[in-house]
Design a protein around this ligand. Structure first.
Ligand code: CTP
Length: 134
């Protein structure tokens, strides 16, 4: 069984997130979605105005048929070592130093890392800005 993992915040759950999950699942048999713990979101994005709590994000994502398991991660370079997976479906924007270190580790372990392009014209930031405007 090929286990695929993908990491992200997934606040303001949107169509781009769903498409990412579908494309990730198509790369294997079992999809693990790792959501970032609330205090760590603020560590990396101090101005993030969080809508859904960690528990709510877990509940939303767990309810999706395409998702087999939901996990919580903290620092990507540490958490990557704690999840049992074969393929990492990595977002094209996931490039900061922690993600680079995690990718290096994954490749050294013989795991597959596939970069998935973003779905155009939709993002958490865009939704948040639209809500503020209205
Ligand atoms: N993602 C995607 N297509 C989009 C938006 C996000 O494929 N239109 C992917 C990202 O590449 C990442 C994952 O979803 O792999 C989690 O992204 P997240 O940061 O939670 O959502 P964004 O909408 O990118 O949030 P922000 O606007 O704050 O960057």
């Amino acid at each position: 069984m090929t286990k695929v993992v993908t990491f992200g915040v997934f606040d303001y759950f949107h169509y781009g997130h769903l498409k990412l999950f579908e494309r990730a699942k198509a790369m294997g048999d079992y999809l693990i979605v790792a959501i970032q713990a609330e205090e760590y979101i603020l560590k990396y994005k101090p101005d993030a105005q969080i809508l859904y709590s960690q528990e709510q994000r877990m509940e939303l994502i767990n309810a999706l048929e395409v998702v087999d398991e939901v996990a919580v991660y903290t620092d990507i370079d540490k958490s990557i070592k704690e999840i049992d997976f074969d393929v990492w479906a990595k977002g094209e924007d996931q490039n900061h130093a922690g993600f680079q270190a995690a990718e290096k580790w994954a490749l050294e372990q013989g795991k597959t890392v596939k970069v998935l392009p973003r779905t155009p014209n939709i993002s958490t930031t865009k939704i948040r800005q639209q809500l503020i405007k209205d």
